[in-house]
Design a protein around this ligand. Structure first.
Ligand SMILES: [Ca+2]
Ligand SMILES: [Ca+2]
Length: 512
C-alpha cells in the first residue's frame, strides 16, 4: 500500500476502503519519539535538514512523492514548483507546536525513490525561535542492513520500531519502480497514514530513509501491492511486508548554496526524462522502378543517440540506424512508410509518409547503350571538342587504337566528350569507364579537373591530385535515370600551366 490517505490514491472505492479501515494501530514499544515530525492532512512528514544546512537556510519538510495533491506519474520529476502546504509540527510526545507552511516543492518524484521535499516559509533559525524545534538531520550515508530504526508517524502520533531487513534492488508497484528500497523486519507493519514518515536510525537519530509502502493483499505488483523484482525479472510478494526508500540520495545532489542540482557528479536522485523525440516528415517520395533511393531522415529532441527504424519501405529499400534510406526500388506500388526514432531513454517519435515506386510493367532487356564506346570508330557518335578522340601512341589506348584524350596542353583549355542515350524504364543501369590521369602538377591542390555529369548533375570530379598512370575502372549507378533520356558528359578544365591529361577508354552504360 502507498501509505497515504489522500483521495489521489486511486478509485473512490479504494479510497473509501482505506478511510474506513484506517483505525489506529495497536501501540508499539516506544523506543523512538515523535521529535520534529509533522502531521499532514493525508500523510506524515518531518522537519529535516542536510548535514551541511545552515540556520539561515529555509527549513525543509520531507514526505513522500505520493503525498502530493497529485501523485507524480512514472518518469515525472517535479522541481522548484510553487506550492501551498501546511502541517502541524509535533513535539517528542506528539503535542502540537504550531503550524508550518511550505511555499515550494524543491524536488519530488515517485520514480527511483518516492520523495517530496518542501521548502518552508521559515528558516531553521526561525523554526527554532518560534517552536523550540530542531530539524532531524538527513544521513549522508547508505543505511546499514540489520541496524535498528524507528518510524515516527506525525499523522498517527505513533512510532514503529524494528530494524532494516535488507535492501530490494528493484521494487515495483503499479506504474512506479523504486531502487535499493529498505525492507523492514517484523515490528514495522506500518499502516495507511504513515506515508512520508522518516525512517530514523536508532543510534545516530539521523534520517536514513522514508516510509513508503507495503503489500496489502498479497497481489502482485498492483497499486498498494508492491512486488520485489529479481535480476531475472522474477517477481515475489509477501503480504504485509512494508518498505521505505533511501534519503541519503539528497545529500549526493547538493550544489551551490545547498540547492538540489541534478547535474552534480554522482547525484543519485532521479533526473527528468528527456524531451520527446520528433521526427521530421520528409513528405511524399517517388522513385522510378529500379531507381536508387538516398534519403536522410532527420529527428530532434530526446536523449542522444537516436536510433532509426522503418516499416513499410518499398521493396529493396532499407534504413540505417542513423536514418538514411538507401537501396534500389525493385517493385512498383504505393507504400505507407513509418520511420521511428528511439532515443537512449527508449522514448520514440515517428513520421509517416507515402512512397510511390512508378514504372515497371515489363522486364528489362540487358544491353550496353553507348555508341562507339571504345572510340575505335574515331571521331563519331560522341560530341567532342577538337582532337579529343585520338589514336596517337604517345599515350596509348587501353584497348584497340583509340581513346578519348581530354586536356594535356599545359595551358588554359577545356575539353569535353558528350553522348545522349535513353535508359529503358524497367532497367537498372550502370555507367562504367576506364580513366587514366597523367599530370605534371605536384602537390595536393586540384588545378586541372575532369567532371563527369549526367543531365548536368555531377557524378564525380577528378583532378591532377587523382593522377594514376594506368587505366582504372570507374562505375556509377544510373538506375535513378530509368525511363529517361540521359546526357553523359566528360568535361575537362585545365589551368594555365603544367599539363594534366585525362585519358578515357572502354566506356559503357549497361542495363540489367
Ligand atoms: Ca579504345
Ligand atoms: Ca595544369
Amino acid at each position: 500500500m502507498l501509505k497515504g490517505l489522500t483521495a489521489a490514491l486511486g478509485t473512490a472505492a479504494v479510497v473509501a476502503g482505506l478511510l474506513t479501515s484506517a483505525v489506529s494501530p495497536a501501540q508499539a514499544v516506544q523506543a523512538g519519539d515523535l521529535t520534529s515530525t509533522i502531521a499532514l492532512s493525508n500523510c506524515s512528514a518531518s522537519l529535516v535538514r542536510y548535514p551541511s544546512s545552515v540556520d539561515t537556510d529555509r527549513a525543509l519538510m520531507l514526505t513522500n512523492g505520493h503525498c502530493l495533491p497529485t501523485m507524480p506519474s512514472a518518469g515525472q520529476v517535479i522541481q522548484n514548483t510553487t506550492a501551498s502546504r501546511s502541517g502541524t509540527l509535533l513535539s517528542a510526545s506528539g503535542s502540537s507546536l504550531g503550524t508550518v507552511n511550505a511555499d515550494k516543492v524543491l524536488y519530488a518524484t515517485m520514480t527511483g525513490t518516492d520523495v517530496a521535499l518542501y521548502q518552508l516559509t521559515d528558516t531553521f533559525a526561525s523554526i527554532t525561535s518560534k517552536f523550540g524545534a530542531t530539524a532531524l538531520t538527513i544521513s549522508d550515508t547508505h543505511p546499514v542492513d540489520g541496524s535498528s530504526m524507528f518510524i515516527p508517524s506525525g499523522y498517527w502520533k505513533q512510532t514503529w520500531n524494528c530494524s532494516i531487513n535488507g535492501f530490494v534492488d528493484t521494487l515495483r508497484e503499479d506504474q512506479w519502480t523504486w531502487r535499493d528500497s529498505i525492507r523492514y523486519s517484523a515490528g514495522c507493519n506500518t499502516t495507511h497514514g504513515t506515508s512520508g514518515s522518516p525512517i530514523v536510525d536508532a543510534t545516530s537519530k539521523r534520517v536514513v530513509g522514508i516510509n513508503n509502502t507495503g503489500n496489502d493483499d498479497g497481489a502482485m505488483c498492483t497499486l498498494n501491492n508492491p512486488c520485489e523484482v529479481a535480476a531475472d525479472g522474477t517477481t515475489t510478494v509477501t503480504k504485509g511486508q512494508s518498505y521505505g526508500e533511501e534519503t541519503y540520495w539528497f545529500t549526493t545532489c547538493l550544489g551551490t548554496n545547498r540547492a538540489i542540482d541534478l547535474n552534480v557528479s554522482g547525484c543519485l536522485l532521479t533526473k527528468p526524462a528527456g524531451t520527446n523525440v520528433s521526427v521530421t516528415n520528409p513528405g511524399s517520395q517517388s522513385t522510378v522502378l529500379n531507381g536508387s533511393a538516398n534519403l536522410q531522415i532527420s529527428a530532434s529532441g530526446g536523449t542522444a543517440p537516436l536510433t532509426f527504424t522503418a516499416t513499410g519501405l518499398p521493396t529493396g529499400l532499407s534504413i540505417s540506424s542513423t536514418g538514411k534510406i538507401t537501396g534500389t526500388a525493385t517493385a512498383t506500388g504505393s507504400y505507407n512508410v513509418t520511420v521511428t526514432a528511439k532515443d537512449a531513454a527508449n522514448k520514440t517519435g515517428s513520421a509517416s509518409f507515402t512512397w510511390t515506386v512508378t514504372g515497371g510493367g515489363g522486364t528489362c532487356t540487358p544491353a550496353q547503350l553507348l555508341g562507339n564506346a571504345g572510340f575505335e570508330s574515331g571521331a563519331t557518335t560522341w560530341t567532342t571538342t577538337s582532337g579529343v578522340i585520338d589514336n596517337g601512341t604517345s599515350k596509348p589506348a587501353r584497348t584497340g587504337s583509340y581513346k578519348a584524350w581530354l586536356n594535356g596542353y599545359g595551358s588554359a583549355h577545356t575539353d569535353s566528350a558528350t553522348q545522349t542515350v535513353s535508359i529503358p524504364a524497367n532497367c537498372k543501369a550502370t555507367l562504367g569507364f576506364y580513366l587514366r590521369i597523367d599530370t605534371a602538377e605536384t602537390g595536393t591542390t586540384a588545378y586541372d579537373k575532369l567532371t563527369v555529369t549526367v543531365n548536368g548533375t555531377a557524378l564525380k570530379t577528378y583532378s591532377n591530385v587523382d593522377a594514376i598512370g594506368s587505366y582504372t575502372l570507374r562505375t556509377f549507378d544510373l538506375s535513378a535515370y530509368a525511363g529517361q533520356s540521359v546526357t553523359l558528359k566528360f568535361n575537362g578544365v585545365e589551368d594555365s600551366s603544367l599539363a594534366t591529361s585525362f585519358l578515357i577508354d572502354d566506356t559503357s552504360i549497361t542495363t540489367s
